[in-house]
Design a protein around this ligand. Structure first.
Ligand code: PEP
Length: 261
């Protein structure tokens, strides 16, 4: 069984004092929760702070974007190697808030994905459709295209050491989460798509759901067969909510075990 993974996406929130409080509160309650992997993706300037507080604990840390380039004259960019300097082990790639605001192409996102892996950092690839695309019934086509750029360029095997986060754009920050069935259906589609080319990669791939996950809906969402965890925006800024979501992930593992045996 795939171990559940819960990732906090702090976006552009925080400061030194607040981060210290939040991370300490996470640690106080999550350090004995062995059934779930927990990651915090912080803004770049706080990577050093995250490293200082989280090293040698059960919580890993990462960033929210990287450059597609290795090194060079790219003002304002941050490379995968630089993330390594601060012990980051995950990076969010292609989040819709970036893809829309900074016009990121699927090709750019694919290059960033591989660049992260080249440096031993696990990419968390965000995919998902807009409300118009869902209402038009083309959501699977949209997500397939987002995956295809990577599959066609690098092969499906690269998903063996990656995380995909299904984030319907209409659900992000809106308070309107996908239902368990809507999310499960897309997660199954994603896993089957990878499996068409590489069954082992599809089986080890963790597929997270992101979009208005909260302590109330987490249990139902995370209990779905192909939902391996969550990418949590707003609720990761409250230690109480985030911890409850992590415990819901652990509970859904236990529920799945009960069903299995
Ligand atoms: C996100 O931005 O990745 C996200 C899932 O945000 P929220 O939980 O606030 O919808």
């Amino acid at each position: 069984m795939r171990k559940k993974l819960v990732v906090a996406n702090w976006k552009m929130h925080g400061n030194l004092a607040l981060n210290q409080q939040l991370l300490s509160a996470y640690l106080a309650q999550l350090s004995t929760l062995n059934e779930v992997d927990v990651v915090v993706c912080v803004p770049y300037p706080y990577l050093y702070q995250a490293q200082q507080i989280l090293q040698n604990t059960s919580i890993a840390w990462g960033a929210q974007n990287i450059s597609k380039a290795e090194v060079g004259a790219f003002t304002g960019e941050v490379s995968a190697a630089m993330l390594n300097d601060f012990g980051a082990s995950y990076v969010i790639i292609g989040h819709s808030e970036r893809a829309t605001a900074y016009c990121e192409s699927d090709e750019n996102i694919a290059t960033k994905f591989i660049q992260a892996q080249k440096h031993g950092i696990t990419p968390i690839l965000c995919v998902g459709e807009t409300l118009i695309e869902r209402e038009a019934g083309v959501m699977q086509m949209v997500v397939a295209k987002q995956l295809d750029t990577i599959i066609n360029t690098y092969g499906a095997s690269v998903f063996a050491k990656a995380v995909v986060s299904y984030e319907p754009i209409w659900a992000i920050g809106t308070g309107l989460a996908a239902s368990g069935e809507q999310a499960q259906s897309m997660h199954e589609f994603i896993r089957n798509k990878i499996a068409e080319q590489d069954i082992e990669a599809a089986q080890s791939l963790k597929i997270l759901y992101g979009g208005s996950v909260n302590p109330q809906n987490a249990v139902q969402l995370l209990a779905m067969q192909d939902i391996d965890g969550g990418l949590i925006g707003k609720c990761s800024l409250s230690a109480k909510d985030f911890v409850e979501i992590c415990f819901a992930a652990a509970q859904s593992n236990a529920t799945a075990q009960l069903i299995k045996f």
